[in-house]
Ligand binder design. Structure first.
Ligand SMILES: [Fe+2]
Length: 433
């Protein structure tokens, strides 16, 4: 939707008064004022003119819409069932896909997938197994039943035998596939394939797109081990300041070239001196120590704990697979242990995706609104909302940081309360109710 408030923000950013904008867009000041006061809708013709004369993109004029109510959105299992579609691979039915809850507000694209191909062995080269080409989104997977998970590692096909409660993470573009193992009950395996974007989201893709591959590729730091990652990351900051390591040595008496040749990562004391010298944060000098393409976690490896405490066992958290490179992405099997009216409130700084994987109905209270979550229902909850759960049951929870995490979270925190209010008010969509 073209937003008059976004239009106002653009004029502010471009330092254009209404009369200046009128001149640039070949319209009257009166018309500009009508747009700004939401008395008239901005036409696509004017929008096109604006993108011609100003360094702005079409997307800069549009605002997000919110498809949640009271801070959450639920998808009932019957609606999920209606979305079913069968994916054919090698001319045979391969997967049965069902949507689960998705919101315009959150980075999740989660599916419930039934594996329709039954295999008799665990051979990763089984001709029945059809690999995909991998995909752009990160994938966290929760397994239900006897599922074989296949993936490509160093160009070799691998397999992992998965069962209920096991989980895995795969990074973008790792080719993979799933089948059901033959079993006495003739049960078909299922997965909750929760795909999502993280820091490389659509906005970032837009920037990468216009920079092009050759320029984008030069950014890449070699993350194959801690030593390469450290020095590759440090080069970015020294290059950005156009300071050589020799100059650094002259000014600090620290010989980083020597350390680099020895393939050492400097100790904390030296790291502090480097960060002081460059005037950057210490954390900026600590990139990820490795790349993770596939992580598999069996149920027995999962850590677990009671919440809020061992004495008050209202909930049991079973921690599913996660990786340090995605510090806000956390998956849990979440058990509600009490049928009593508990009031153990949760408030988490992340977008939450919830699926009732149990056999009992659960009650959620979000923002004081009660909602029943039946088996097979899925729920999205906005960050930082008070909520709690009643009635014994078992849920799958995936938490994601979304855009307001990491450096963006720190920059948001540097705004005063008033300025945060102003920031949001400046871009708020006119149709906000
Ligand atoms: Fe996938």
């Amino acid at each position: 939707m073209i937003s008059n408030i976004k239009f106002r923000k653009l004029l502010n950013d471009l330092k254009r008064r209404p009369e200046d904008a009128a001149k640039d867009l070949n319209i009257t000041k009166k018309e500009i004022l009508k747009f700004l006061n939401n008395k008239k809708e901005i036409s696509h013709k004017i929008l096109n003119q604006a993108t011609k004369v100003w360094p702005v993109n079409h997307g800069d004029f549009f605002s997000f819409s919110d498809d949640t109510q009271n801070g959450f959105k639920i998808m009932r299992s019957d609606k999920s069932n209606k979305s079913k579609r069968i994916m054919i691979r090698g001319k045979k039915p391969y997967y049965l896909y069902k949507d689960t809850v998705m919101s315009k507000v959150s980075p999740f694209k989660p599916e419930l997938i039934t594996e329709l191909v039954v295999v008799e062995n665990d051979n990763p080269n089984n001709p029945k197994v059809k690999f995909n080409n991998g995909h752009f989104l990160h994938q966290f997977t929760y397994f239900i039943g006897p599922v074989n998970f296949y993936y490509l590692k160093n160009n070799k096909k691998k397999i992992a035998r998965m069962n209920t409660g096991d989980s895995m993470y795969i990074s973008p573009y790792v080719p993979h596939s799933f089948t059901t193992r033959k079993n006495k009950k003739n049960e078909l395996g299922k997965i909750l394939a929760l795909t999502y974007s993280d820091q490389i989201d659509n906005e970032t893709l837009n920037e990468l797109n216009v920079l092009g591959f050759d320029i984008a590729n030069k950014y890449r730091i070699d993350l194959t081990n801690e030593n390469r990652a450290f020095w590759g990351n440090l080069d970015i900051f020294f290059n950005n300041s156009s300071i050589s390591l020799d100059e650094f040595k002259k000014k600090t008496n620290i010989d980083l070239n020597k350390l680099r040749k020895k393939k050492n990562v400097p100790n904390l004391n030296t790291l502090k001196k480097i960060s002081n010298f460059l005037n950057i944060g210490l954390r900026d000098l600590l990139p990820p120590k490795e790349k993770i393409e596939v992580k598999i976690q069996k149920y027995s490896q999962n850590r677990n704990w009671y919440f809020p405490s061992n004495k008050k066992k209202d909930y049991l958290f079973v921690e599913l697979t996660n990786i340090p490179q995605l510090p806000y992405s956390r998956g849990y099997e979440f058990h509600i242990l009490s049928n009593h009216k508990i009031n153990r409130t949760l408030e988490v700084p992340s977008h939450q995706y919830i699926y009732n994987i149990g056999h009992t109905n659960v009650q959620a209270i979000i923002n004081k609104k009660k909602i029943k979550i039946y088996p097979g229902d899925s729920l999205y909850i906005k960050p930082n909302l008070k909520h709690y759960f009643n009635q014994k049951g078992k849920l799958l929870i995936l938490r994601l940081g979304g855009r307001i995490s990491g450096d963006r979270l720190y920059q948001l925190s540097m705004l005063s309360k008033q300025n945060l209010f102003k920031t949001i008010d400046d871009i708020k969509p006119w149709f906000n109710k």
